[in-house]
Design a binder for this molecule. Structure first.
Ligand code: PLP
Length: 387
């Protein structure tokens, strides 16, 4: 929802740009902080969802930790003031350079995704005379009931260590003197809206932590990852994800032992609803079977629809739907990039639209700006903030 004042303001700004509603961001962070504090759960922000400076600074100010998936994200988190005791580093392909950077930064924990990686971190830590904290990322073979492009916790996915390899993990941990085992880590996918999935995950975590305890490893950290979904279909009616219900599942179904910490790594649910991509209609093309709205934004600004068939609400904010002269028309809303897949959505019902109209692509705060590219030598997309 955009006020007339905001739309007036947009009129004076060159498009396309990301518009960040910082009130929505605050509302979301408040809700997440309050719901997690109830159970003393620790939340790490998955920085890959959005590393816009203002966004990251605001999240840091709430006292959340940072979940990083590259060496540069680790360095960026520390630069933004996240305490090194609250920075974790995940990822299936950490390079030696990245591991060394994280060792130098004395981060809290590496979430390790293979036996070979354990050995390499041990070797690099030994060379520096350090001990690296590690959690084992385990693939629990839980179906996240989400789009298959963003599911990560099944046997066929590249992420994590499969449970039949746990004996090898135990052997490696016993051998590696420069590793300190901290706990177990899971991340089964993204945009998960069925909370039953998390209940199943809890059952698997309980079994797997038993396995480690039985083999002589004290599990200090249970890290359940992230993945909580948002409502892409109703950004105004359902703006803040249901953090209460999400954390309650873990409170109810996870076996939490005395002294154990429970960690989460939320990305999308914290930032998705706080931004829209604002662009203008460049051209209206009426075909025989199709009408096209050609925008000045495309896959170079927001790639999600093209990358994994993601749905976004699309609004013409220059025209009021339902006016007599504004009967609804179906448009394929496309970008200017020289790729046939450069289409935000097909058959979008919008008021009759004209060159120069402002179009908002909603719920674009997660995996939006961060995935922008300069393919076709496009300008870097700008950011605008609510004041
Ligand atoms: C991407 C990622 C997350 C965050 O996922 P969301 O769906 O944005 O909550 C958490 N943990 C790891 C390891 C990730 O790769």
């Amino acid at each position: 929802m955009f006020s007339n004042y905001t739309i007036q303001r947009f009129e004076g700004i060159e498009t396309p740009f990301y518009y960040y509603n910082l009130d929505v961001l605050k509302q979301t962070l408040d809700a997440c902080r309050d719901a997690s504090a109830k159970y003393n759960f620790h939340v790490h922000y998955a920085m890959k969802a959005n590393f816009n400076t203002k966004v990251v600074d605001m999240i840091q100010s709430y006292g959340f930790g940072a979940d990083c998936v590259s060496g540069n994200e680790v360095l960026t988190a520390i630069k933004h003031g996240f305490g090194k005791d609250k920075v974790v580093f995940a990822g299936v392909g950490k390079s030696d350079k990245e591991i060394n950077a994280a060792l130098d930064a004395d981060i809290f924990c590496f979430n390790v995704e293979s036996v070979q990686e354990l050995e390499i971190i041990n070797e690099l830590a030994a060379a520096k005379g350090k001990v690296a904290g590690v959690a084992i990322r385990i693939n629990p073979n839980v179906d996240a009931h989400t789009h298959h492009y963003i599911t990560t916790g099944l046997d066929e996915n590249k992420f994590g260590i499969n449970t039949w390899q746990l004996n090898d993990v135990a052997d490696a941990l016993r051998k590696c003197a420069n590793l300190q085992f901290l706990g177990i880590h899971f991340h089964i996918g993204s945009q998960i809206t069925d909370l039953e999935v998390y209940r199943t995950l809890c059952t698997r975590i309980n079994e797997i932590q038993e396995w480690f305890e039985d083999h002589g490893f004290a599990v200090k950290i249970l890290n359940a990852g992230g993945g909580l979904g948002v409502d892409y279909y109703n950004p105004d009616g359902n703006t803040v994800a249901d953090f209460e219900a999400y954390f309650e599942v873990f409170h109810k179904f996870l076996t939490i032992k005395p002294g154990q910490e429970v960690h989460f790594e939320l990305g999308r649910a914290l930032v998705a609803q706080s931004a829209s991509l604002i662009s203008r209609v460049l051209y209206v093309k009426n075909g025989l079977k199709k009408n096209f709205l050609i925008l000045d934004a495309g896959m170079t600004e927001l790639m999600r629809p093209m990358l994994y068939q993601a749905y976004h609400e699309i609004e013409n904010i220059s025209r009021v739907a339902g006016d007599k002269e504004n009967s609804l028309i179906k448009y394929d809303v496309v970008g200017p990039i020289c790729e046939s897949t450069d289409c935000f959505r097909k058959d979008v019902e919008l008021p009759q639209s004209f060159r120069g109209d402002l179009i908002a692509v909603r719920t674009a705060g997660a995996y939006g700006e961060v995935m922008a590219s300069n393919y076709n030598l496009r300008d870097q997309v700008q950011s605008v903030y609510s004041s």
